[in-house]
Design a protein around this ligand. Structure first.
Ligand code: CA
Ligand code: CA
Length: 212
């Protein structure tokens, strides 16, 4: 009898943990790229602020002080290396990005890397973007960014006004990528594992699970 009782106790405890909200678990992190460190024509990436809310929505706020509004010729791409491996995804070795959050010619587009090529055809409902106060905001839920807890990211900005586009990168090419850890209540982003669902079905009085 000791074995089954112990197993039930563990399952019940885990269920309670899943049900317990982690109030105020959302977080934020600052990043910085040099000011005026690129050709003057390029959108100048400087302060970057990344945060997430308890629902797992990730917000990227990117300061571009030399823009009051984005020009039609401006391109900003935020590359998410969801698995932290530059050898997988698109633009391998340089970015290794699985997802791209872009604004191009006033259009906000979401890219997925499929077999080494970008697919911009399916826009997740959580994706969005805006520009105000010289700050570009891009957002997406982490479930649309591979569902990972931690990811690497890089930002590229270009102005395609002349024969030679002017670029700024944050962080600089050749340096380590920036990294962000999503902190959100588990029940907002994951299902309980199969063994736990089974245990809870078997012992419903000891373990209440919210239905999804
Ligand atoms: Ca810069
Ligand atoms: Ca990758």
């Amino acid at each position: 009898m000791r074995g089954p009782r112990l197993a039930l106790g563990v399952a019940g405890t885990a269920c309670l943990l899943l049900l317990a909200p982690l109030a105020g678990a959302s977080n934020s992190s600052p990043y910085a790229d040099g000011a005026a460190d690129a050709p003057a024509a390029a959108p100048d990436l400087t302060a970057v602020h990344v945060s997430n809310d308890d629902a797992g929505n990730v917000f990227f706020r990117i300061s571009i002080p030399n823009r009051a509004a984005l020009a039609y010729t401006d391109l900003i791409s935020l590359f998410v290396d969801a698995d932290g491996k530059t050898g997988t995804g698109c633009a391998r070795e340089a970015f290794g990005a699985e997802y791209a959050l872009d604004v191009l010619s006033d259009r906000y587009v979401f890219g997925r890397c499929v077999h080494g090529s970008w697919d911009f055809t399916r826009r997740p409902a959580s994706f969005g973007g805006s520009f105000a106060g010289s700050t570009l905001t891009l957002k997406a839920n982490r479930r649309d960014l591979g569902g990972v807890t931690r990811f690497h990211f890089r930002i590229g900005a270009a102005s395609a006004t002349g024969a030679d586009p002017a670029y700024d990168f944050a962080p600089d090419i050749g340096t380590s990528p920036w990294s962000f850890q999503v902190v959100a209540p588990p029940q907002a982003v994951m299902k309980p594992p199969a063994w736990l669902r089974k245990a809870c079905r078997r012992y419903p009085r000891r373990c209440r699970l919210t239905r999804r």
